[in-house]
Design a protein around this ligand. Structure first.
Ligand code: NDP
Ligand code: OXD
Length: 308
């Protein structure tokens, strides 16, 4: 029995150290040096090359090194009896909340605009917005979105949340799948914390953006494929959006020729909104591995039919 890591060398190095300290009796191997494919019972990966998992005939568990599993779901569906796990922990949710607070605060205070004006030595004071004046909508109320929604509520924002099923969260107006347009109507800020599935692909399109208050802020921390890029660019150009803060992209790293790089009102962060805390995540996955070996069901299994 052995666990195989598949990711970039730096990530594999961190994970190997963290996992080996939890699972001292299990060989932790780094792709692509695999002495015996039949020994691999678990793969822990990030952006695994397509088709690679089929090489391991005794594979039982696959885990994502992050919260998102969109690159793994299709492949696991092709394999017999392989379970998929993802990382869930409070650090991921809190770090995401802090990222979102930074962006929305900057929007309220016009910081992005002032940084641009500073380059031209322009002095153009404008009244700022108070947190309580903003209606913020969070798409996705899972481990991350729910924490972001409640954290923003505690800061005084008016918060709405949208999810597939019904949720009840104190102080937050919640909407379920069929109520998307009602949810989006009149929002000053839209934050996407969704997982990528067939249902959520390109969900931020012309129709959705048109429901927001003119001059709204868009924050995408889900996946690049959640937004329709053309719609976002045209909403920026016609002032329906004042700023788009994008952390995730169709292709990462974002290609050099992409229009987002040069757009004065696009704020780009390189998929760092919330980074996996490797020791905490390794502890979760080591426990899952042990539980599975003992015949118990590990925590945080992905529902393959739902896709998240
Ligand atoms: P969860 O699975 O815990 O939550 C997903 C939420 O999305 C749930 O509330 C779910 O609804 C809702 N949802 C799913 N499908 C739909 C749909 N069709 N319509 C409406 N709501 C839907 O995921 P996490 O909160 O842990 O993570 C969310 C995503 O955040 C990840 O998949 C990843 O893409 C992204 N992420 C990005 C990071 C970054 O650094 N940029 C870091 C970590 C994560 P319901 O509650 O009803 O099931
Ligand atoms: C992600 C992550 O899913 O970094 O994006 O965890």
């Amino acid at each position: 029995m052995a666990i195989l890591l598949i990711a970039d060398p730096q990530r594999m190095q961190q994970w190997q150290v963290a996992l080996q300290s939890q699972l001292t009796d299990i060989p932790i191997i780094r792709w692509p040096t695999v002495p015996d494919n039949t020994a691999i019972t678990m793969v822990i990966g990030w952006r695994c090359p397509k088709g690679v998992l089929q090489q391991f005939p005794n594979l039982q568990l696959v885990a994502s090194m992050g919260a998102g599993v969109d690159d793994l779901v299709d492949e696991i569906q092709q394999l017999d009896n392989v379970k998929l796990l993802r990382v869930v922990n409070p650090h991921l949710a809190q770090d995401m909340l802090e990222h979102v607070i930074a962006l929305i605060s900057s929007h309220c205070r016009g910081l992005h605009q002032y940084w641009t004006q500073q380059k031209e030595q322009q002095w153009q004071p404008e009244r700022y917005l108070r947190f309580g004046q903003l209606k913020v909508g969070i798409m996705g109320l899972g481990n991350i979105g729910r924490h972001v929604a409640t954290g923003l509520r505690q800061l005084g924002f008016n918060v709405r949340g949208w999810s597939r099923s019904d949720h009840s969260i104190e102080g937050i107006q919640t909407f379920s799948e069929m109520q998307l347009s009602h949810f989006a109507n009149g929002l000053d800020c839209l934050v996407c914390c969704l997982p990528l599935t067939q249902q959520t692909q390109r969900i931020v399109d012309n129709n959705l953006l048109a429901k927001l208050t003119p001059g709204a802020l868009l924050v995408n921390v889900g996946r690049g494929q959640h937004i329709c890029e053309k719609s976002v660019l045209s909403a920026l150009d016609n002032q329906q959006l004042s700023t788009a803060c994008l952390d995730v992209f169709d292709t990462e790293p974002l290609p050099a020729e992409h229009a987002f790089w040069q757009h004065p009102r696009v704020v780009i962060t390189p998929h760092v909104a919330s980074l996996t805390d490797v020791p905490a995540a390794a502890q979760q996955l080591a426990q899952a591995y042990r539980a599975y070996q003992q015949g118990d069901s590990p925590e945080h299994l992905v529902d393959l039919a739902r896709g998240y």
